[in-house]
Design a protein around this ligand. Structure first.
Ligand code: IP8
Length: 269
């Protein structure tokens, strides 16, 4: 029975779970709790497997930028930055895990530093056997953006946006959901341009034009904001449906997990 269950991967981006716009290391605990409750409510209605990946916001991006470690870790100060960034991500991860546990979810943390090695900022090895084991007993593996060792650069940032397509492909995910703090991919940053239009669908025929239009990150984000997400998806997400949506809006996570309509951007490559 277990192997027939659909697997979903849910990313809660830094903009949804942290005070990214203010660039301070604070988690949006109310949003995280709401998401936990909606996952719990969805589990009560149907059986599915879930992997949760959360982004960094200032918990990662601010430190990476302050310590100048986006292009390699060599000096003693950069090693300090590597350690501090990883530990800061663990602190954010602990907030997720504590709230999930309070809301009655069985979830376990898997720090990417312990299972991913990169080469030139790209995932080279990923031991995801623990992810599979946890899914096998219906425990939600919770991963996150992190600092990991890198064959060429000493160490580098791995974004949740790179972890997701990798796992989606290896584990045959049915759908991947990218939660942000806006209702999908827009023609311009909707926070700065009120006239920005929601792009309802992205597919191989319009991706080129859209990539030229969609801006990079509007707050400190070393992995590229929405544009980075689209590029990661384009390179590996072939055949898997992805959906970008507002994870801060009540009901969205529940409806997506139950297959009900939600406003957002559907992505098929
Ligand atoms: O927010 C970035 O993860 P993301 C991780 O998922 C660090 O892109 C350490 C900046």
């Amino acid at each position: 029975m277990g192997f027939l269950m659909d697997l979903y991967i849910l990313k809660i981006g830094g903009s949804a779970c942290t005070e990214k716009a203010k660039n301070v290391c604070e988690a949006k605990t109310g949003v995280i709790r709401q998401i936990a409750r909606e996952i719990k409510a969805a589990q009560a209605e149907k059986e599915f497997k879930l992997i949760l990946v959360h982004g960094a916001g200032p918990f990662g991006h601010k430190l990476v930028s302050d310590y100048g470690i986006n292009n390699g870790v060599r000096t003693g100060r950069q090693v300090e930055g590597f350690v501090r960034t990883h530990n800061s991500m663990l602190a954010l991860n602990k907030i997720f895990l504590d709230i999930f546990s309070e809301e009655g979810l069985n979830a376990v943390s898997i720090p990417p530093l312990a299972c991913i090695v990169q080469s030139g900022k790209k995932i080279r090895r990923f031991d995801y056997s623990l992810v599979k084991k946890l899914l096998g007993v219906s425990i939600i593996p919770v991963l996150h953006g992190d600092m990991v060792f890198d064959d060429r650069l000493g160490a580098s940032v791995v974004s949740g946006d790179a972890i997701i397509p990798f796992l989606a492909k290896k584990l045959g995910a049915k759908k991947v959901f990218f939660g942000t703090d806006v209702a999908g991919v827009f023609t311009a940053d909707p926070k700065r341009h009120p006239g920005a239009k929601l792009i309802k669908e992205i597919h191989p025929r319009n991706i080129g034009v859209i990539l030229r239009k969609v801006s990079g990150p509007s707050a400190v984000d070393v992995t590229g904001g929405m544009k980075g997400k689209l590029l990661e998806m384009k390179s590996i997400l072939r055949g898997i449906d992805a959906f970008v949506f507002d994870a801060t809006k009540n009901g969205n996570v529940l409806n997506l997990l139950l297959g009900k309509p939600v406003t957002g951007t559907k992505i098929t490559f």
